[in-house]
Design a protein around this ligand. Structure first.
Ligand SMILES: [Zn+2]
Length: 242
């Protein structure tokens, strides 16, 4: 299995990727990264737009006689198929770029799922399967129900009391959901097995909720709440670095 590509590596490969100059394996690694990285995907889209713009706006001058004389002998030596091939691969690349732009990333889909689950848990008043502020009650409850060990941290003394835990189903697999509250606000912390490398917290807003995401120890963490961004990020930091 190939190693996970990071954003720095990906940035180095974007130009040759766009030019279709990469070996198959490297091209595959880049596209695998692009599928799950909105930042690099939009970088690629920018490059593509820039390039299209250059192409469309570049002034066209008929080649001078001198230039024609220099190019034509070489052109005649090449077989027609070698001239057609780049055109076809460029079209294929353009199609794949379109696909990347149109397809929501796996992170986008995960965000959608956890926000929906958060809303559902509040609407159905099914916040917890095990209601307890005691981590020594909540953590063992998960044992045997899921095949990974989510960290259960009590943050009562920090102003984020644990309400309890429940089983959830995210990204086609069992996930742990921990409920906390902060004043009148409920926080759902989703913990899902994930092979992505550890990553620092990042916050986005969807449908009126803040979502703070990070990866640690082969788990994806998603904290969802209508709590303000600052306090939700403070919560995430405490869970991430207890
Ligand atoms: Zn990236």
């Amino acid at each position: 299995m190939t190693s996970e590509m990071n954003c720095n590596d990906c940035a180095d490969w974007l130009h040759p990727y766009l030019d279709n100059e990469l070996e198959m394996e490297m091209a595959l690694r880049v596209s695998q990264h692009l599928v799950q990285c909105p930042a690099c995907k939009s970088k690629l889209a920018e490059l593509q737009t820039l390039r299209d713009g250059l192409r469309q706006n570049a002034p066209y001058y008929p080649a001078s006689e001198l230039l024609q004389r220099r190019i034509m002998p070489q052109a005649k030596q090449k077989t027609p198929s070698r001239w057609i091939a780049p055109a076809i691969s460029a079209a294929a690349l353009a199609a794949s770029v379109m696909l990347y732009i149109a397809t929501p990333s796996s992170q986008d889909m995960l965000t959608e799922e956890v926000v929906s689950s958060h809303v559902r848990s509040l609407m159905e008043q099914h916040l917890t399967d095990v209601a307890s502020s005691d981590k020594h009650t909540v953590k063992p409850w998960f044992a045997g129900k899921i095949d990974f060990s989510p960290p259960v941290i009590d943050l009562s003394d920090k102003g984020y009391p644990l309400i309890g835990g429940r089983l959830d189903y995210i990204r086609h697999q069992n996930a742990a959901a921990l409920a906390y509250h902060r004043n009148k606000h409920i926080i759902n912390l989703f913990i899902i097995p994930d092979t992505a490398a550890d990553s620092p917290i990042r916050t986005i807003s969807r449908r009126g909720f803040n979502i703070v995401s990070w990866h640690k120890n082969n788990m994806a963490f998603e904290a969802v709440s209508d709590l303000n961004q600052q306090e939700l990020e403070a919560f995430a930091q405490m869970v991430n670095q207890p």
